[in-house]
Design a protein around this ligand. Structure first.
Ligand code: NDP
Length: 444
């Protein structure tokens, strides 16, 4: 049995009931075969893959908090510190009822390669809780965040582990967590990113993941002599990543016709009204059913359906495994040219294979959504030097990171004879840097 197959088998056996983690490990290791097979003896002796797929540390803790009626609830908190070979652990905190250890491990594993691809000195980690902020009062959210941070603060720090936002963790939650960290540890330091602008946040961090997604798509199309201008785009999700993907796509001259949330989706043939979307989601925290009040000619549908709409570019920006094989078939039948993942692993393996087999340019999340963590790293730099850069400065750096990242994964794919396969390119380019750093630091 090959070394790759052996390690995949062990991961599945030793981490039962963690299908998302298995999926992420299989996707990465399968695409690394060309590199691993060429170095099999050395990698096997050094247990390179075993060290990569086992987190350096995983922390699981109790999070008790009291609701507005005086009822006590207990959620579970997690922080998986996966790999610190190239820098302090860095990765978001997800607050969603679906969170479990396997989901946090899949996200943390992906984060290692994503962070490596940014070219910035950040290791991989991820955390979160099965707490659902939806429908909770501000006081309840604060009570949860303070309790969560009371435990998490023992394991993080500006030079060790710097969490950020993710699904369910926005500016409000980061603010409450930062306040609690400062109170308990007595230090004002850049321990979290995605902070508010009045206390150390970076301009352009809110926009970064969505904007970065469009910068990489633009650069990829440019390399093919094409452009985004005049293209029709479908987006799923209506959260932080989706909103700013819509905004930047429109700024670049595309027409975005869909967004969605976990209840339903909107089709606006004249182009999504991003100001209305921001008001509904960022200000009023409402459902997408409200969108019709702003745009009476738009359609609202319950359930799933974004990928049935004809588009040149599809940008899944909601959650994992939201684009399956049937969706991929519909996209291909409608002539889609590009699928780029704003969310983490939103495309199933079967759907990814189908899209690639049908010559769709497919950019995986670890490359396509790396703009968020890259800008988080820029926030860390600003905090370290106690300076704030202008929006334009941060945005220009973000764009440079995404352009460099595209050429890095494109070159890695070509080097190994997998032209235009950005999955292979991203995994190999991310892996090579991390393994080089791990080897240099010995068996630790
Ligand atoms: P938000 O919480 O701001 O938004 C998530 C959006 O996806 C919401 O519209 C939400 O709908 C929808 N959604 C969540 N879960 C489901 C589900 N099970 N089914 C259907 N829709 C769902 O999160 P973000 O925009 O920050 O994150 C979106 C994705 O991007 C995630 O995969 C995240 O890991 C990834 N990502 C985020 C980065 C960032 O900087 N924020 C950076 C890199 C990746 P509803 O409101 O109804 O739940």
């Amino acid at each position: 049995m090959s070394y790759v197959d052996e390690v995949i088998e062990r991961v599945v056996k030793e981490n039962p009931s963690e299908p998302e983690f298995h999926q992420a490990v299989k996707e990465v290791l399968n695409s690394l075969r060309v590199v691993v097979d060429a170095n099999e003896e050395k990698f096997r002796r050094d247990a390179v893959l075993e060290r990569l797929v086992n987190p350096e540390r995983q922390i699981k803790f109790r999070v008790p908090w009291i609701d507005d009626q005086g009822q006590v609830h207990v959620n579970t908190g997690y922080r998986v510190q996966f790999n610190s070979a190239i820098g302090p652990y860095k990765g978001g905190l997800r607050l969603h009822p679906s969170v479990n250890l396997g989901i946090i491990k899949f996200l943390g594993f992906e984060q290692i390669f994503k962070n490596s691809l940014t070219g910035l000195p950040i290791g991989g980690g991820k955390g979160g809780s099965d707490f659902d902020p939806k429908g909770k009062s501000d006081r309840e959210v604060m009570a949860f965040c303070q309790s969560f941070m009371s435990e998490l603060c023992k394991y993080i720090g500006a030079d060790t582990d710097v969490p950020a936002g993710d699904i369910g963790t926005g500016a409000r939650e980061i603010g409450y967590m930062f306040g609690q960290y400062k109170k308990l540890r007595g230090v004002f330091e850049g321990v979290l990113t995605g902070k508010g602008l009045s206390y150390g946040g970076s301009l352009a961090r809110t926009q970064a993941t969505g904007y970065g997604l469009l910068y990489i798509v633009e650069e990829m199309l440019k390399s093919k002599g094409k452009s985004i201008e005049g293209k029709t785009v479908t987006v799923s999700g209506a959260g932080n990543v989706a909103i700013y993907a819509v905004e930047k796509a429109q700024q670049l001259g595309a027409k975005v016709v869909t967004v969605s949330d976990s209840n339903g989706w909107v089709y606006d043939p004249d182009g999504i009204d991003v100001a209305a979307l921001k008001e509904i989601k960022e200000v009023k925290r409402q459902r997408l059913t409200e969108y019709k009040n702003y745009r009476p000619h738009s359609e609202y549908h319950e359930g799933k359906g974004v990928w049935s709409i004809k588009a040149d570019i599809a940008l899944p920006c909601a959650t994992q495994n939201e684009l399956d094989i049937e969706d991929a078939k519909a996209l291909v039948a409608n002539g889609v040219m590009v699928v780029a993942e704003g969310a983490n692993m939103p495309t199933t393996q079967e759907a990814t294979d189908y899209l690639q087999a049908n010559n769709v340019y497919f950019i995986p999340g670890k490359a396509a959504n790396a703009g968020g963590v890259a800008t988080s790293a820029l926030e860390m730099s600003q905090n370290s030097e106690r300076m704030s850069w202008s929006f334009e400065e941060v945005d220009a750096k973000l764009k440079n990171v995404m352009i460099g990242l595209f050429h890095n994964i494109d070159a890695a794919a070509k080097k190994y004879g997998f032209d235009d396969n950005y999955v292979v390119g991203a995994n190999i380019a991310g892996f090579e840097k991390v393994v080089d750093a791990m080897n240099a630091q010995g068996i630790v």
